[in-house]
Design a protein around this ligand. Structure first.
Ligand code: FES
Ligand code: MG
Length: 568
């Protein structure tokens, strides 16, 4: 063997006779029925995340065929391999707990197996960040292929899309406006095609951020899962994966401090999912790049909201694609972006936008920067005595009449406590109170579920109350809306002040001042802290133990402490 290892000769264990090792490997490869000619080609690995537990990836077998077609046509050998797949609705206690597992799995298999480049096929919420985290750490040439969003369904003349409409109808069912047979009929029409949730939830937000980072083909973030263009994008991604070989364009050159800042701008302009802050922080951390909530606030104050999609606005992902998609968003943001960022195609972001010219844009879906939907960004970070290391509010999805308020805390000490008491007719709660949930952060047993969208107590919902201030260390689904303060850090389980809130305490929220304060005297807080008895930690083993010992707070992206970059 001479020169740089490529194709099947990558990483061969050398017991003194490297040719023997290659001969052995090739003989096994030949048992797959591949011709000797094909086995001499450079290898493109393809992560295959089709799974019976991931409805969003239902179409991946067909997409995979298209990727392989592209690789073969460009002179490579496509070899797919399974990795962890995370289907949002099927994981307990929460999919976030397994994002780091998928990232490790992806990283190690890219590094351990003989491939010259890799196509990352992802879609559902946690899969896109997990793959970007893993690929960045492995740092082999990589391009991501997004699975694409679902098409909307129809019900009694109305368009339905998972899962903002899921929540809307469920709230009506809880309020007694819809009966059992009707909610069952709706259930059958919410998610009717392959693909990810049909709104600007976490999956679609992450797809758009992958494009803003430059890790997918331009213009492909929002192509619907079942659209023929999605298959053409898959084929083109396969071709690109071959072109990447030997180019030196690895994820580390693409995901940089500047491209991460571009992604933050895009997140704000989309009014995107709060989860994306955590994921982007974790991705950036793999390259040694810090995402601070102070910087988020600076960007938020200078980035307009442009995209009119549910859950914040009115439309669906299929409309976003048809209306101009990410290209249109990036063009409007152009003066705010770092245009010299390299993308996976080899073009810079600026070159990409120049090449696209000025195609038609549906201004009902994607507003111009001159006439934005909102002059400032959709997300803000809050700091204060209740959240010393920060909390997040999606102001674009909230009722602004609740933004400058002081309220009485109604505290739920855990998820179990919440579900036991929230609908109790005897619960002492009024519409102007602040609902507080504890022990739902990354260090809690529950693993930071999307529980921050606390339901409105039934007796208030029945009176027509639609929104209340809700505060927790949990996350919120990207498809949800409300005046909801999330990711309170440090979380209750790691000793944050959130754990010390008691029924009847006063809390002050000021979105204008970016503050969330617990109005309790320091000596009273000290007394409460001294009285806290820490229960003996349960005996843990396996992944559960690894997670408990090493997960970081929301401000660090909830990555494992030892996975963050050590060289950069
Ligand atoms: Fe997969 Fe919503 S459940 S994207
Ligand atoms: Mg989600």
């Amino acid at each position: 063997m001479t020169g740089k290892p490529s194709g099947l000769s990558h990483g061969l264990t050398n017991y003194g006779d490297p040719d023997f090792s290659l001969y052995l490997r090739r003989s096994f490869a030949r048992s797959m029925g591949l011709s000797v000619d094909l086995l001499k080609r450079p290898v493109v690995g393809i992560t295959n995340t089709a799974s019976g537990f991931n409805n969003c990836h239902r179409h991946f077998p067909e997409l995979l065929e298209a990727v392989k077609r592209g690789v073969l046509a460009a002179g490579g050998l496509p070899l797919d391999f399974p990795t962890t797949s995370l289907g949002e609705g099927f994981l307990s206690p929460t999919s976030l707990r397994f994002r780091n597992l998928m990232a490790m799995d992806t990283e190690e298999l890219i590094r351990a197996q003989p491939m010259d480049s890799v196509v990352l096929m992802g879609g559902c919420d946690k899969t896109v960040p997990a793959q970007l985290m893993g690929a960045l750490s492995a740092d082999r040439p990589a391009v991501q292929l997004i699975g694409g969003p679902m098409m909307t369904g129809r019900y009694k003349g109305e368009r339905l899309g998972a899962c903002t409409d899921c929540r809307r109808f469920w709230a009506r069912y809880r309020a007694g406006e819809i009966d059992q047979p009707e909610i069952e009929a709706i259930e059958g029409n919410l998610a009717t095609t392959a693909g990810t949730c049909a709104v600007m939830g976490t999956a679609s937000t992450m797809a758009c951020l992958a494009e803003a980072l430059g890790m997918i083909l331009p213009g492909t973030a929002a192509i619907p899962a079942v659209h023929a263009d999605r298959l053409r994008a898959a084929e083109a991604t396969g071709r690109l994966a071959v072109a990447l070989i030997g180019s030196g364009r690895t994820p580390r050159r693409i995901i940089t401090a500047k491209s991460v800042e571009n992604a933050l701008r895009v997140l704000l302009a989309l009014g995107g999912s709060t989860n994306a802050i955590i994921h982007l922080t974790a991705i950036a951390g793999r390259a040694g790049i810090e995402v601070t909530l102070d910087r988020l606030n600076e960007l938020s104050d200078t980035t307009p909201v442009l995209v009119n999609l549910k859950p914040v606005g009115r439309h669906y992902m299929e409309d976003f694609h048809a209306g101009g998609g990410m290209g249109a968003v990036l063009r409007e943001l152009r003066p705010l972006l770092h245009l010299d960022c390299l993308t996976v195609t080899g073009e810079t972001l600026g070159e990409r936008l120049d090449a696209e010219g000025a195609p038609w844009v549906d201004r009902e879906i994607i507003a111009s920067a001159a006439a934005p939907l909102e002059p400032v960004g959709g997300l803000v970070a809050l700091f204060g005595s209740l959240a010393p290391a920060g909390a997040i509010l999606k102001r674009s999805a909230a009722d602004s009449s609740l933004f400058e308020r002081e309220g009485r805390a109604v505290v739920f000490t855990s998820l179990a406590d919440l579900s036991a008491r929230i609908d109790d007719p005897a619960l002492d709660v009024r519409a102007e109170d602040f609902l507080v949930l504890q022990q739902a952060g990354p260090h809690s047993q529950s693993g930071m579920p999307e529980a921050g969208y606390l339901p409105i107590p039934k007796k208030l919902a029945a009176k027509g109350v639609k929104d209340m201030v809700r505060i927790s260390d949990a996350r919120m689904s990207g498809t949800a809306f409300g005046t909801i303060v999330l990711h309170v850090t440090p979380d209750a389980a790691s000793g944050g002040p959130l754990a010390l809130v008691r029924d009847g305490d006063r809390i002050r929220l000021s979105v204008a001042a970016r503050r969330i304060d617990l109005l309790v005297e320091p000596d009273e807080m000290a007394k409460r802290r001294a009285a806290v008895t820490v229960p003996p930690s349960p005996r843990r083993r396996g992944y559960d133990r690894l997670y408990a010992d090493h997960v970081t707070g929301a401000d660090q992206g909830c990555d494992f402490d030892f996975m963050r970059d050590v060289q950069g």
